[in-house]
Design a binder for this molecule. Structure first.
Ligand code: GLA
Length: 674
């Protein structure tokens, strides 16, 4: 009698076949099957051995290894001084609990044990997979690849959607046709990267599959066609040669892989949003309304003048801004990006009495105070580097390669972490700081004599964790030249992403729509910048800039003292409107659509109470504006929109008329069920 393991969530099902003494075989992962449905016979019973094939059929398992006739990519590449390189489970134990399963496979030949945890969350529909390998042999094991998870994709999987990009241009959509050639994306930049987001969506007939690796370092994913027409999708850390060498008894645990399946990309996004929301750890246990920021970067850059900044704070508070973030330029001798990273104490020239007068001024106005730091970095021109050149990450005998004039600190060193902890803790103890913008402005190059990419990430996580434990009320924003460290791993330690250094509202619209595929809007740092935009030189109205920033965690990044009367009044209006709507914008679901003729819409909230944001970038080319079909509504429900009542079925099938928009204009519409 063949045994199966079946896990269900509201909308997804997973079925594994459990043959004795083997890794479980993938039978199904996809949209929810009716209760009780299981395969009628074992997979091998359904497929006679083809010609010129091993007599033992080896289908795709949850941990395919190359020891017994699996010719596809292996979930493990490892060896013990050239031996024990082939893995094949000879023992298997499966334990099932509510919504989850733990699969323990052991290979008596190579003495390698692998434990795979699979949890299908009933609410989010997200399957979380984590894999832990233990070296049970008596000699060290070199690991080159350990899949965090191996997923099956159906034979009709056709297209894969991933993201490319760069600094100032994150989340650029890339679509590739799946074929018999392996599709592969690798990131070797040492942090999440601007150009290879660690996730993708796969479109099949009638279903969309999504997966993302919760990790802030190197990573790889591949989709490989396999002999039975299905595809296998593997995710894991990209490991440098020699990076992981496990002594007897030591183990390697992969990052978590989050995967889901739904009818379309928006439902996949909603599932991911729910899973990310479950992983956030907010000060006080729950998210408070996301406060409106002012950030000093683009308004002041490195020119910090205490009086001017106090004046800025006065103007910001008058506009209704709630959190003042002092960006780069505040610390010892930091006049441009050529020096001082590592010297984390206030610049006595700019702040003769330290930061206290400014922080007190800000908090006295009722605003929170936030501070920019870039802990993992050091400039060769700094007190820190002069005292400890050996703390910089590099390869002995090779000239260190700077980027933005800076080097990376070796976060594997306990003394580095403790120096950084002491610096940041001293600031947090002395000043009323409730927010840190934590930057990381370069990629890693040749990370150590023995490659230490993985440990670098773990070192950063550990430092964040230590600071969070000691200062649990402090929120952290993850930034890396804008969106270079946006991933589901760092969200366990942080509360906001700086989405991009490009604040041009036109560029932002597509960057943000990409971001929202994987992360909820309350984490999406979205600022109203200056016009012309510093990154692109394009000019946009205050209304359009604010309208694009509105759905995210709203902020302002310009010298508001320079605004003319009408821009100031408009900004004030948008800030107060954001406050009115932020609960709905930041708790519900998100849908993204296109009505035709370049008219984009985004809906936030729940289907019976929505905020609809409609954007036009290019001028209208049709004589009449397209109608907005809203497939997200309930056909049987009636809705009240702008003074008119509509049948849901009408809005779904025909659409909502909207007033024509000029290029770079925006509409905010409330949709309420009646
Ligand atoms: C990065 C960030 C910016 C700003 C600068 C400061 O580029 O993305 O927002 O903080 O660093 O140097």
């Amino acid at each position: 009698m063949t045994e199966y393991l079946r896990l269900d969530s509201a909308e997804c099902t997973l079925i594994l076949e459990l043959p004795q003494g083997e890794a479980p075989l993938w039978r199904y992962w996809g949209l929810r099957l009716p209760d009780g449905v299981l395969p009628p016979q074992s997979l091998r019973e359904t497929r006679p051995t083809p010609s010129f094939s091993p007599d033992f059929d080896q289908p795709l398992s949850v941990f395919p290894g190359c020891g017994a006739g699996w010719f596809g990519e292996s979930a493990l590449l490892a060896h013990r001084d050239v031996r024990d390189w082939s893995f094949q489970a000879t023992q298997c134990r499966v334990e099932q609990a509510d919504g989850s399963a733990t699969v323990t496979v052991f290979d008596e030949v190579s003495q390698i044990e692998v434990i795979i945890g699979l949890t299908l969350n009933a609410v989010s529909n997200v399957l979380a997979i984590e894999t832990k390998l233990t070296n049970q042999g008596n000699a060290p094991l070199n690991v080159q690849w350990l899949a965090a998870g191996v997923l099956p994709l159906p034979p009709d999987a056709a297209k894969v959607h991933s993201f490319g990009g760069r600094h100032n241009g994150e989340f650029v959509p890339v679509a590739d046709q799946l074929s018999r050639s392996t599709w592969r994306r690798e990131n070797r930049r040492g942090l999440t990267s601007h150009d290879r987001f660690p996730g993708a969506l796969v479109e099949a007939n009638g279903a969309t599959y999504g997966a993302q690796l919760a990790w802030s370092g190197n990573h790889a994913q591949s989709i490989e066609w396999i002999d039975d027409g299905r595809f296998q999708w593997q995710f894991g850390e990209w490991l440098a040669p020699g990076e992981v060498r496990l002594a007897p008894g030591e183990c390697l645990t992969t990052p978590e892989l989050l995967a889901t399946c739904a009818h379309d990309a928006d439902r996949v996004a909603q599932n991911f949003h729910a899973a990310i929301r479950q992983r956030l750890t907010w000060p006080g246990g729950a998210m408070k309304p996301r406060p409106v920021h002012i950030n000093t970067w683009e308004g002041f850059y490195f020119e910090h003048d205490e009086d001017a900044l106090k004046d800025l704070a006065d103007h910001a508070a008058a506009l209704g801004i709630e959190r003042f973030v002092l960006d780069d330029g505040w610390f010892h001798c930091r006049d441009d990006d050529s020096s001082s990273l590592g010297d984390w104490w206030p610049d006595a020239r700019k702040y003769p009495n330290g930061l206290k007068p400014l922080t007190d001024h800000v908090t006295g106005l009722g605003m929170e105070f936030g501070l920019w730091i870039e802990p993992e970095m050091v400039n060769p021109d700094s007190e820190l580097y002069r005292a400890h050149p050996e703390w910089a990450l590099g390869v002995s005998g090779r000239a260190a390669v700077t980027a933005r004039n800076q080097l990376v600190l070796d976060m594997r060193r306990a003394e580095v972490r403790s120096y950084l902890f002491d610096c940041v803790a001293a600031l947090l103890r002395e000043l009323p700081i409730s927010y840190l913008k934590w930057d990381h402005n370069r990629d890693l190059i040749a990370a150590g004599d023995r490659a230490g990419y993985r440990d670098q990430v773990l070192g950063s996580y550990a430092l964040m964790e230590q600071l969070r434990a000691e200062f649990p009320d402090v929120e952290i924003e993850a930034c890396a030249g804008g969106g270079g460290r946006i991933d589901a791993g760092i969200v366990r330690h942080t509360h906001r992403f700086w989405t991009s250094d490009n604040i041009d509202a036109v560029s932002r619209l597509s960057i943000q729509r990409g971001f929202l595929q994987y992360f909820p809007p309350e984490l999406m740092g979205a600022h109203v910048g200056a016009s012309p935009a510093h990154a692109t030189g394009r000019q946009q109205s205050m209304d359009f800039r604010a309208g694009v920033a509105l759905p995210g965690h709203f902020g302002v990044e310009l010298d508001v003292r320079t605004l003319g009367e009408s821009d100031r009044a408009q900004l004030q209006h948008w800030i107060s409107l954001y406050k009115t709507h932020r609960d709905r914008l930041h708790s519900g679901k998100v849908w993204r659509g296109e009505a035709g003729d370049g008219l984009y819409w985004q809906a936030h909230g729940e289907a019976d109470n929505l905020l609809l944001l409609v954007y036009r970038i290019e001028p209208q080319s049709w004589r009449h504006a397209p109608l907005l079909k809203l497939p997200i509504l309930d056909a049987k429900q009636r809705y009240h929109i702008d003074g008119t009542d509509y049948d849901g079925a009408w809005l779904i099938s025909t659409g909502l008329p909207t007033k024509p928009l000029k290029a770079e204009q925006f509409l905010l519409i409330e949709v309420k069920a009646i």
